[in-house]
Design a protein around this ligand. Sequence first.
Ligand code: BGC
Length: 747
Amino acid sequence: MGRASTPQVVDAPEARIEALLSRMTLEEKIGQLTLYGDAIRMGADKANPARHALEVQALREEIRAGRVGALFQGTGARSGREVQRLAVEDSRLHIPLLFGADVIHGMRTVFPIPLGEAASFDPELARRTARAAAREATALGIKWTFAPMVDIARDQRWGRVSEGAGEDVYLGSLLAAARVRGFQGSSVAAPDALLACPKHFAAYGAVSAGMDYNTVDLSLVTLWQTYLPPFKAAFDAGALTTMSAFNEINGVPATANPWLLGTVLHERWGFKGFVVSDYTADEELVKHGFAADARDAARLAFNAGVDMSMQSGLYQKYLPGLVRSGAVTMARIDEAVRRVLTVKQALGLFDAPYASLDPDAEQRIGDEQTTRLAREAAQRAVVLLRNDHGLLPLRRAGQRIALIGPFASGRDELFGPWTLYGDESRAVDLATGLRAALADPASLIVVHGSRVESPLPGGIAAAVAAARQSDVVLLAVGESTGMSGEAQSRTEITIPAPQLALAQAVARTGKPLVVLLRNGRALALNGAVRDAPAILVTWFLGSQAGNAIADILFGKVAPSGHLPVSFPVESGQEPFYYDHKSTGRPSPERGDVAFTARYRTTGNLALYPFGHGLTYSPLRIDSLRLDSAQLPWDGRLVVHARVVNAGQRDAVALPQLYIHDRVASLTRPVRELKGFRQVKVAAGASSDVEFELTRADLAFVGADLERRAEPGWFDVWVGLSSTQGPGSAFELLAPGAVVPPAAAAHN
Ligand code: BGC
């Protein structure tokens, strides 16, 4: 049967969907609510446990019978056309398939892990990399990405910290929106638009003790204040799907939570898209102890608002009987199908089902522009934690450099978690990037010295010998790809002992030591790594990792990244984040005062706080001025700050605006980020920045779960991290109150 018998094109989109709906059997409807791994094209799904996989032939038949509406993890435009043809030509109603995949930080060209990219504090950069990922993914026939991951993560033991934007809700919300805009482009109907799926709805980042999949027990105030806003930002930016999380929230699994998926998502926020379950999350309701059996799980998930089931096959199996028994209504079935078809229609799939399955589009993969962007994004992600005595940047000539550590060379640890499609053949590792930048490539000696988690026989001796022959040592240590990401929570967020032993031995040579951290989360640094005079956070930077790190090390580009997560002193401080509450017995920043909120042996300061990041010129904020000490209820207040560059290199600074509500009906964090700016400051010069505050910036979620601002005094700082910067204070006036004429600005 050909496309000619497709239902007549009806002008109004709703009418077209209704016409289609009226012709669908129950089985075909449920087909639109069923998503399976693309066994035809990908073979086994390497990202997930093998469950319910269909055989290739069986899957083909299911598609032809209209019993599957979407596939994931398959790639290839040409092969995608073949698979799409099964639905569009061979199925009774010709409804096109939707092809999804985990395109998390790049496709063939890999960008830094999202956490690393967040260090750029640059939503526009995140938009651009998402756009580039979308162009490559759609060139390979993918139309829907299970991204962005917008879970706020305040416990660095959780392995999935790497996939998100870090600990802060303000930064996280900006990046969530930017990534959605990037994936989807200016129109979801464009052939290179990639439908976004902000995940995991909701509060997955709040898993107890940072253990993946664990229970979430948190107040509704915190849910609304901290975990939901990035989702709202993503939906406001146009995201049309979301993924229900694995975790429960306060006893009710997110995947069977009518309040979350109905009241909040649709009623309160007016979400018009559809909800897909996480991988077999509906089936897991049984193990949660929430559903009696698989049939009950299908009923609970579906009735709660999970429109599409990923991989379990539960909807296919049980929804027909549930409808017959009356436990699921036809109205609910139609509602879910309508949502899915509306999204397919918005993507233009009905009119042009092969538009994103164009083999010629593959030419745009890995083009020069995308490669340049990967290098820029990687440069921008690097964070300089420490640079004693201006050890960095290094000279390109005239000295011998030892590059030591398990990450010194090799392409297998550049991409990081959640890279299913990256092209390793084009990736530039550290040794290659450094050699390309050096005047004499032979001046670099490369020694691994250790494996990631176990010693390398003779490794330390070889590393020490290399260090002795060199003028400076670069030590590439940290976590492997497999140590962060899904199901990779850690109890100690430290560098594995064999690498620390290597660092210790190399440090003892007395050679200047530059640590290049490879990491998917904040780490608790110790020993010779912590004490090294220069430390760069290089995350997993992707395809251009080696070039970008060389650019920074040799000063072609100055570091400009800032931490999107706090680095604690010790693992045991987790969950550890800058915008914590004061408590009734706050511990002073320095000194050991009895009966205050602190651990016996560790203070509360971060080793490196959220927002911290140095560059090659010393920067400081040297003045802060408010244009008034009073902010009228409906008014605005301008905060002026001056950034000074006392060094000899031009720099990009990141002044950050923080506030603190001194007294409120619910206690407020000691500091909260409310704004930041990228500011160019020429060597020896200064730049003025302005931030504007209105009542909306001071609002918080009250006990009634509504946002409110309360009159009273606020502290304000502009700093180059979350723990520094000059401060001032102002008063938010009550409604109707006027600014006294003589009010002087607080400086
Ligand atoms: C993850 C999701 C992912 C899905 C499909 C799940 O295990 O939690 O983030 O999108 O698998 O691969």
